[in-house]
Structures are given as C-alpha cells and as structure tokens.
Design a protein around this ligand. Sequence first.
Ligand code: CP3
Length: 353
Amino acid sequence: MPSADPRAHRLLEAYRGRPTDCTPVWLMRQAGRYQASYRALRQRVSFFELCRDPDLAAQVTVTAVEELGVDAAIIFSDILVPVVALGVGVELTEEGPRIAPPVRDRAAIEALRLFDPVEELPFLLEAIRRTNRALAGRVPLLGFAGAPLTLASYLVEGGHSRNFIQLKRLLFGDPESAHLLLDKLATMVVRHLRAQVEAGCHAVQVFDTWAGILAPDDYRELCLPHLQRIFAELEPLNVPRILFGTTTGSLLELLRDSGADVIGVDWRIDLAEARRRLGPRIAVQGNLDPCCLWLEEPALERRIRHVLEQAGPTPGYAFNLGHGVLPGTPPERVRFLVDTVHRLSARPSQTTR
Ligand code: CP3
C-alpha cells in the first residue's frame, strides 16, 4: 500500500500485534443512515440498488473515511447480499431485513445454490477495485461476511428475531440438517471472502452478531467447527482475519480457538479481561457502547479514555465500537471519537513501520 499517510499501515500492524504510532480506529457501520450524505443518496436509490452499484458503493465507502478520518474503510455491502445469490428472496423493510420464504426444512436447505462470487457478485468485486483506486493507499480496505450462525438466523427466522425459536428448533431438533445448512453457509463465506481479498481487500471480518444466543456447549458443537474451517481455508491468503460477536463473554475461549487473528468484543465484557483470556496471540478490537456517541464531548472523552486504559499498552489492539454506529447518532460526535482516540493514544516516539 504505497502511501505517506500514517493511517495506511497502523490498523494492519495492530492486527499483527506490532506497535503503532497511535491506536487505530474504525467503526462498524461507519457508512450509513446517521450521515446526511447517505440519507440523501437513499432518497434516490433503494438499499440493495446501492449495494449493486459499484460507483455508488465505492462512493459511500470512501465518503465515510473522508468524513471521519478513520484508519480503515469497510466495503459498503451487507451480510445479506450473498444470501440473495443463494436463491433466497431478501427485502429490506422498515422493521429490518425480511427473508421470504424462510429456510426451515431439509428441502429448502438442499435447494440453496452455492455460487461463484465472480459470476454472481461482480458488482461487489468491482466496488472493491474502485474503492481502492479512490483511496489510493490512504487506508486499508476491509471485506466482510456474516458467520454461518448469524446468516442462518436470518434465513430460518425470516428476519430479525427476539427469541430465535425457529432457529433453535432446527439447531437442537435436527442437528444433521442444521449442520448441512451451516456447512453450506461456511462454504459460501469462504468463497465470498476469498473473492473480496482477490479483488483487493486487505483484511476480512466475519460478523457473528448473534453468537451470544447460544450456550457454550452448543456454540462449540454447532458453530466452532464451521468457523475453524472458514479461517483455516482463508489462511493462505495471508490477511488478518477478524471474528466479531456480541454477548460473547461466556464464549471467548471458543472464539479464540476459531483460528481468527483478531476478536471483536462488545461493551458487555471488560476489555482487560478479554485481552487476558484471549492471550498474546490474538489481537482485540472494541468495545465502546455505541450509545456513548450521544454524550456531550467531555463525558464521551472519559468513556473513550476508559476503553483505552482497559485495552492497556500492549500492542495488538484496535479501537472500535462494541456494535455498529446507530441511526440518529450525531455525526460530529463520531468525528470527535476518532480524533480523540488518536489524540489520547499518540505515542510520538514510535513509527508505524
Ligand atoms: O459501513 C459499514 O460498516 C459497511 C456496511 C455494512 C452494512 N451492514 C450496511 C447496512 C455492514 C458491515 C453490515 C453488516 C451487517 N448487516 C450485520 C453484521 C453487523 C451488525 O451490525 O450486527 C448484520 C447483522 C446485517 C444485517 C442487516 N442489514 C440488518 C439487521 C439491517 C437493518 C438494520 C437497520 O438498522 O435497519 C441491514 C441493513 C443495512 N446494512 C443498513 C446499512 C447501512 C441500513 C440500510 C438503510 O436503511 O439504508
């Protein structure tokens, strides 16, 4: 990544456990509805149209980097974009994503069509190439996918769920079909992430947003083998592999054993404890509560300072929110957050390389 911008290297260095000039920061959902520029675009085009238009997707990705001063771009897309290519009907409604009909039995699972991302998602790969051209090496670009469990939750429940009854009925009542579904999704994730790296992504993140709904024994039995296969198959690509989940305090050792290089955690766990339990081999990312972005600057700064203190001085840490930027977040506070992380963590005697 040829660039004089110090932001070009600090995130990947932190992911590799090396010292950096200051703590790198990027945010989940850093491109989205809290931005006036994004809302203006969405007046004209639907969400999935936006995802399928390489110029607009690249523009949204780059605008977030320019407005916020973050140390990474994350490609504008969604974990449900590849699900459409499986042959499933996906819509985005006021209440969130809707999958119709839901995938609830063996026949529906067998009908899911594994595909070649180069054939079915050329718009995404082109958006990645155009984003890198526009970024010109200023910051790395992250690719992403949903984890099998989190993708399965949308497929089986048909959308957002409170109690995940249908999902758990499949997972616990028919584990053989559940494993078939999770295995197909894992294959899709590997192909999807490999294609994103081949198109130019410098690191990949797997979102297991709903990991915390399972007991450790169930997560070990149903999810871990599929995550292990995903990360093992991505290893030859030699890019940092990040695994994010929420409410994972009781699952951290299992996430550590997934083979990911970086684990993202939310605010429900003490960051110092997370670093201790994950050990020196794993970099950690997190974990400010996104609601803190509504605080006045001094109170927000205290919260940021607390997260940095909990993260400690050991390299191998990147600042992030514990979950995505929420719609309605004051945009100027997001910029303040990024600048404050850089200011409070500056280590002038060190360089990024
Ligand atoms: O800037 C970025 O982080 C990149 C883009 C991105 C989006 N979704 C855009 C988006 C990323 C990385 C995601 C990941 C994603 N999508 C996850 C995992 C991370 C998480 O937040 O837990 C999940 C579970 C989804 C599924 C999904 N997509 C949901 C639940 C929703 C509705 C959310 C809501 O607030 O209404 C979406 C839609 C979506 N994905 C939006 C954006 C910007 C809102 C779209 C709009 O209304 O314009």
